[in-house]
Design a protein around this ligand. Structure first.
Ligand code: KG4
Length: 339
C-alpha cells in the first residue's frame, strides 16, 4: 500500500509544500519572498510574517496539484531546524495543527539531512539515478559548507565543515561589497561566465583536515577592492566580470581541494553535491572535470531540489516514516546546526 507524505519547509525565506507518494514527488510548490531584496539580506521578522501569509495557500496548491485530499495524507514532515526561529515556528505550528486535525503522525526533519536526501527524490516520468552508499556529499548552502559521509538514508556523519562563514555567505557578502543585490551567488555565477578566472588572486585558507574557512577570503576581497578603488573609483564597474570569475574560481578551488582530499582518504568514488550553491555552473563544471581525473561518479540534483524546497523534506519524511520515526507534539524547532 502506498504512503502519502506532506512535506513543509519554512527554515528561511521560502515557504514550500510538497506531496509525495512513497519516494515519488507528486507536487512541489514554493512561494519566494521578494520583500527582502530591498534590505540586502533576509530580515527574520519579515520572513516569519510572509511565511504566515503563504503557508496555507502553498499547502493548498501542493495538495490540489497532487490531486490528493488532506484526509489521504498518512504523515506530515516539517523542517525542525536549523534555520530562523520565527520562520521555523510557522512551519512547525502548521505541521502540528495539520497532524492533530487529521490524526496522523508528525515527522521532524533536519534541513541539512534533507538537502542531501534531495538525491533520493523520484519523479513519476523520469528515471533518476541515485548515489549508492556510502557516498560523500559536498553540502554547500547560504548557512553551511560541509563534507558529509552518507552511510544510509538516515545515517550521516559530518567529516568536515566551515569554521566560520559558509560558501554561499562568501558569494553573497562579496556580491554586496560589489554593490550587487541579494542573493549575490546567482549573479556572480552569471557575470563570471564572461570573465577571466585568473585575472585576480585572492587568499585561500590553510586549515588542517577537511574543514573550511571563508572569512579570510571575504576580508581579502574587501581590502583588495578598497585599495583598487583608491586608485580608480570605477574599478568595480570596469572589472565586474573578472572580479566575479576570479572570486568564484577561488571559492570553487577551496571547496574542491578538501573534497578531493576526503574522497582520497576515505576511498570513496561516489560524490554528490547538495544545497543552494550547487546551482553554481562553475562548481558543477569543475566537479565534472575533477571527477574525470579521479574516476568519480558524480550526482547533482535538479535545480528545483538544490535550493530550499519541501520535496527534500517530504522524501526524508518518507524514509523516517518507513522506520516509524515519529515525533511528539511538544517538539520545538532548533535554530542552530545540530547534525
Ligand atoms: O540552500 P539555499 O537555498 O539556502 C540555505 O542556505 O539553506 O542556499 C542559498 C545560497 C545563497 O547564499 C545563494 O547566493 C547561493 O545559495 N546560490 C548560489 C547560486 N544559486 C544560489 N551561489 C552561487 N552560484 C549560484 N548559481
Amino acid at each position: 500500500m502506498s504512503i502519502y507524505i506532506l512535506g513543509i519547509e519554512s527554515s528561511c525565506d521560502d515557504t514550500s509544500a510538497s506531496v509525495f507518494k512513497d519516494d515519488t514527488v507528486l507536487s512541489n510548490k514554493v512561494a519566494n519572498q521578494d520583500v527582502h531584496m530591498a534590505y540586502g539580506g533576509v530580515v527574520p521578522e519579515l520572513a516569519s510574517r510572509a511565511h504566515q501569509q503563504n503557508i496555507i495557500p502553498v499547502v493548498d496548491k501542493a495538495l490540489k496539484e497532487a490531486n490528493v485530499k488532506p484526509e489521504k495524507i498518512d504523515a506530515i514532515a516539517f523542517t525542525r531546524g536549523p534555520g530562523l526561529m520565527g520562520s521555523l515556528l510557522v512551519g512547525t505550528s502548521f505541521a502540528k495543527g495539520f497532524a492533530l486535525a487529521n490524526n496522523i503522525p508528525l515527522i521532524d526533519v533536519n534541513h541539512l539531512h534533507a538537502h542531501i536526501m534531495a538525491h533520493f527524490i523520484n519523479e513519476p516520468d523520469n528515471d533518476i539515478k541515485h548515489p549508492s552508499f556510502p557516498f560523500l556529499c559536498l553540502l554547500v548552502s547560504g548557512g553551511n559548507s560541509q563534507i558529509v559521509l552518507v552511510k544510509s538514508h538516515t545515517e550521516m556523519e559530518v567529516v568536515g565543515q566551515t569554521i566560520d562563514d559558509a560558501a554561499g555567505e562568501a558569494f553573497d557578502k562579496c556580491a554586496k561589497v560589489m554593490g550587487l543585490p541579494y542573493p549575490g551567488g546567482p549573479l556572480i555565477d552569471k557575470l563570471a561566465k564572461d570573465g577571466n578566472p585568473n585575472a585576480f588572486k585572492f587568499s585561500k585558507p590553510r586549515i588542517k583536515g577537511y574543514d573550511y574557512s571563508f572569512s579570510g577570503l571575504k576580508t581579502s576581497f574587501l581590502y583588495f577592492l578598497r585599495d583598487q578603488l583608491k586608485e580608480n573609483e570605477n574599478f568595480i564597474e570596469e572589472n565586474k566580470n573578472d572580479l566575479c570569475a576570479s572570486l568564484q574560481a577561488t571559492i570553487i578551488d577551496i571547496l574542491l581541494i578538501k573534497l578531493k582530499l576526503a574522497a582520497k582518504d576515505l576511498n570513496i568514488k561516489q560524490i554528490a553535491l547538495a544545497g543552494g550553491v550547487s546551482a553554481n555552473s562553475g562548481l558543477r563544471d569543475s566537479l565534472q572535470k575533477l571527477a574525470k581525473t579521479q574516476n568519480w561518479e558524480t550526482f547533482i540534483p535538479k535545480f528545483a531540489y538544490t535550493t530550499d524546497n519541501a520535496a527534500m523534506i517530504a522524501v526524508t519524511g518518507y524514509y523516517k516514516y518507513c522506520n516509524k520515526d515519529f515525533i511528539s507534539h511538544d517538539a520545538a524547532p532548533f535554530s542552530r546546526v545540530v547534525f
